[in-house]
Design a binder for this molecule. Sequence first.
Ligand code: TXA
Ligand code: MG
Length: 308
Amino acid sequence: MIWPSDSIHLRRAAQQLSKGELLGVPTETVYGLAADAQNGEAVAKIYETKGRPHFNPLIVHVETIEAARQLAKVNEQAERLAAAFWPGPLTFVLPLLDTAPLASLVTAGLPTVALRSPAHEVSRALLRAFGRPFVAPSANRSGRISPTTADHVHEEFGGQLPVLDGGPCEIGLESTIIGLVGPAPVLLRLGSITSGEIEDVLGFPLSAPDNKVCAPGMMSSHYAPQNHLRLQADDVQGEEVLLGFGGTKGATLDLSPSGDLREAAVHLFAYLRELDKYNRPIAVASVPKTGLGLAINDRLTRAAAPRH
Ligand code: TXA
Ligand code: MG
């Protein structure tokens, strides 16, 4: 079921969460699969529904920084970054408070918690209607392409659960994750906010993302289509369909004919899904490795990685 995001359905959506049921929710990055963060059984349903092999920690979505302070030790760097980027596509990993009312499955037993305040009006309205935080990993089957429309979520789960329709996601890539638990901030996942933007606020350079970090968004095979993906393609080989960038000749779809990285991010997951329907190998033209292009290349590399 796809629900319009009117006040009746927002109330129904909040009730769905209160009952311990799951719900597809739009955010500005990708659609999430939401559950009550206090309800362990509801959180367990997320793992079951996504087919996630491990109990990996989830992102808790909060309306405000005050709500974040109830859950985690929000340090000075987090305060500054939140003032600059919240609500928005930036997630903090922070020390968990003993008093935080969260199911332990949310953090997979870790002493830290990931928090983000989404900017999308519908997710914010749901946070207000529900009155407490919800967890929301991307609403795709484990390892598969993240959803950027309500239809994608519907296709992914065969209509088993309601999805609030908030239109196509404005950004199309998951949030940037920054770890603020050690002596220095660490970039844990590349995302739509670039390290340069974060460094401008912090006033010092970030350490590079550490590929050894064990987080599902950092698993080598992730975001994968069903069909084989070949990167840095400048032509079509055999049966391939071609995902272009910046006006690639012969492209079946072009991420951004004008070479705009923001537009390319918005289209990335939707176009991979679209091309996957041809049931042919997919070739992808190269995308510049600068700014937002770093996060786009990160997702493409994982989508092309050998499967487990
Ligand atoms: O944009 C987004 O962040 C989307 C939307 C729906 O908000 N959500 C999302 O969630 O991408 P998910 O579950 O697909 O990715 C969460 C990432 C995982 O890589 C997880 O390992 C990491 O956050 N994570 C969560 N808690 C963590 C923690 N305590 N320490 C380190 N990594 C953590
Ligand atoms: Mg995901």
